[in-house]
Structure formats: C-alpha cells, structure tokens
Design a protein around this ligand. Structure first.
Ligand code: BYC
Length: 325
C-alpha cells in the first residue's frame, strides 16, 4: 500500500532532480521557500501545515466557550492568554503555508467550505470547567508529543514556526494539568467532574495522532521527506506512556480496562479508539462539526468589513506614496 501511495504522491519530476532533493533531505538539510521542491512535497506540506493552522484556529472555539465562565479572575486571564496563543500559532502556520504559494484567503476558503480538515478533537464539546483541564493536559499534551519532533522537519519555515509553538504549548499543557490537580484534589463533585472529563477526552485524544500505521495513507512518503518524523502509532504509544503515570498521580482512572504495563516492550498495552467513530467525525458527523464550521463562516462574514477597511487603507497609502514619488 505504501509503495502505491508513494507513486500516487510522486510527481512527473525529473528523476535526477528528485534524487538530488532526497539526498539533501537525507543529509538533514533544510528546504527553504524559493528552492526547487517536488510538487508532491509542496502539496503535502500545504495540506499538513494548512490543516495544522486550521486546527489552531478552530481549537480556540471549545476553550473560548469557557472564558466568560472561568471560576476565578486568574483562571480567566490564563485561559484568555492560552486562547490568544492559539490564534498566534494559526498565524505563524498560515504564514509558513503562504511561503509555498497558497494564499491565506484560499486556505480559509478551503476550511470554510469543508474541503480541508482540522483536527478531529475539536469536534467534541467542552461540557464542564474540568474539560478545560482535560483539554490542556491531554489535547495540548498530544499536540506537544506530535509537534516537538516537527521542530526538526525538513521545511525551514515549518520547523522554525514549531519552535515557538512548542514553547507555548508546554505552558498550555501545564495550565491544564494544574486545573486537573485542583479538581482531582477538590470536593467529591469536583473529582467526579475531573474523572468525567478524562473519560470523555481520552479516546478522542488518542485519535489526534491519526489512524493506525497500517491505515495511514501519507506516513511513508511524509517520513521519507521528513515532513513527519514519527509514525502515528509511535507517537500514540509515547503519549500513553507519558500520560498514564500522570493520571495515576492525579488519582484518576484511565477509561481502559485492558491498560497494562508490558515490560517486554517497555510501554503500556492499551485499547485502540473506535476508528469507525474517528472516520465518521472526519466525514463531518461529530457532535460539533456543524457548529464549528458555522462559527468559522460567521467570523469570516462578519470580518469582511475589517478586511475591506484594511485593504482600502493600504491602497490609500500606496496611492499617496506613488503621488509623492
Ligand atoms: N484529525 O495518512 P494519515 C493543535 C486525516 S491540535 C483530522 O495518517 P497524515 C492544538 C489525514 O489528514 C493538532 N484528520 O495523515 C492543540 C488524512 O486525510 P487527508 C493539530 C486526521 O497527515 C490545542 C487521513 O486522515 N496538529 O495543534 O500523514 C489547542 C489519513 O491520515 C487526523 C497537527 O495538525 C485527525 N486527528 O498524519 C489548539 C500536526 N488524523 O488529509 C490546537 C501536524 C489523520 O488525506 N499534522 N487525519 O484528507 C500531522 O502530524 C499529521 O497531519 C497527522 C496525520 C499526524 C495529524
């Protein structure tokens, strides 16, 4: 299957050029925007960086939902800062994607029309304040696991964007764990809320790493090009190994009866998420898909006057400059 996939993503490029390009990747060189690259490499990057940018932007919605209801002023300030960071991450990533020849308007159009995906995780609702803890702890934890290796990805602008994003994600994960600690050590009702949040977010967090390796369409070629540094299953395993002891520390139970330490492999055996549910969410049938897209489309429409005003202002300045020259 991988061989077939590689052929389908490969382009009509000259084999010698392709070999020279691959040699640069293998030698650990960074590829920069104006340099020659195979069309498949460019398209794969636009897809992955674009989806990643969209995830950051749509990812603001489940947490934005709780800004007005944060339990204290301090929690509110922290959550505001985190949600604002996600907007910043989206902007770095859209900028990185733009260096590949796609415009931001095109990317937004693809998000708003449903042609481009964003992470499945954001199609699940945030029902209680404990979900802010679970999102920071698990969702940002999974994001960090995926993104730290991407700091070494072969495309320069993407790798550099990741450095700053990862620094901020560490703070996000920490604030989520801090909320979980408060809730898990609080009243019995608060502890129940923390457990309920873990129960609902565990499997969707495992899905964030993508389908199992045998079903991953893009992994082989993306890893050969160092657009991805690890397989989906490798990162999922690392995430489980890191997170289970944290759940134990919190006194919470991972909702998986089969979870067991496997000394031979040096990691946990764990249950896979429901992959039918994952593909259903990708098709648009998750609990919040329609709401998320509706929110993005409304933001786009209601922001039209700002975009028009900015463009008119830029045009006026340009005309004044031309007249002065
Ligand atoms: N959700 O061949 P595969 C965050 C799609 S959140 C939706 O393995 P690939 C944040 C995949 O696109 C995280 N779609 O694909 C945290 C492909 O479909 P298409 C965002 C998914 O690309 C807190 C198909 O399934 N992070 O940052 O090699 C707050 C087959 O999969 C998902 C990134 O985007 C999914 N979970 O591997 C705010 C990191 N999984 O495109 C924000 C960068 C798979 O052919 N991205 N699909 O139609 C990656 O590392 C990779 O793209 C993935 C998937 C590991 C996600």
């Amino acid at each position: 299957m991988y061989a077939q996939m590689i052929r389908s993503e490969a382009t009509q490029d000259d084999p010698e050029r392709l070999a020279a390009f691959q040699a640069r990747i293998d030698a650990g060189e960074k590829i920069e925007p104006k340099e020659w690259m195979p069309e498949g490499y460019r398209k794969t990057l636009i897809r992955q960086i674009g989806q990643h940018a969209h995830s950051e932007i749509v990812g603001q919605l489940p947490e934005g939902n709780w800004i007005t209801r944060a339990p204290t002023l301090e929690r509110k300030a922290i959550l505001l800062a985190k949600v604002q960071d996600e907007a910043g991450h989206g902007l770095y990533l859209y900028c990185a994607a733009e260096t590949l020849g796609v415009s931001r308007d095109e990317l937004f159009e693809m998000l708003n029309s449903g042609k481009m995906k964003y992470s499945s995780i954001f199609n699940y609702p945030t029902l209680t304040w404990a979900d802010m803890g679970a999102v920071g702890w698990l969702v940002d934890g999974a994001a960090i696991m995926n993104q730290v290796p991407l700091q070494r990805t072969s495309y320069g602008p993407y790798a550099r964007a990741m450095v700053r994003i990862c620094k901020e994600e560490s703070f996000h994960q920490r604030q989520g764990f801090d909320i979980m600690m408060k809730m898990a050590n609080g009243t019995p009702a608060q502890k129940r809320m923390a457990q309920d949040a873990l129960d609902r977010f565990w499997y969707p967090s495992l899905m964030m790493f993508g389908p199992s390796d045998k079903d991953s369409v893009h992994s082989a070629q993306s890893m050969a090009w160092k657009i991805k540094m690890n397989t989906n299953d490798e990162l999922r395993q690392k995430f489980v190994d890191q997170t289970v002891p944290q759940a134990e520390y919190l006194g919470l139970t991972v909702p998986d009866d089969t979870l067991a330490w496997n000394a031979e492999k040096g990691g946990y055996d764990f249950a896979q998420p429901d992959w039918d549910e994952f593909y259903d969410v990708l098709k648009g049938n998750g609990p919040c898909n329609a709401d998320r897209l509706e929110a993005r489309r409304t933001a786009w429409d209601e922001g039209a006057w700002v975009r028009e005003g900015m463009l008119a202002h830029a045009e006026k300045k340009r005309a004044a400059r031309m007249a002065a020259e």
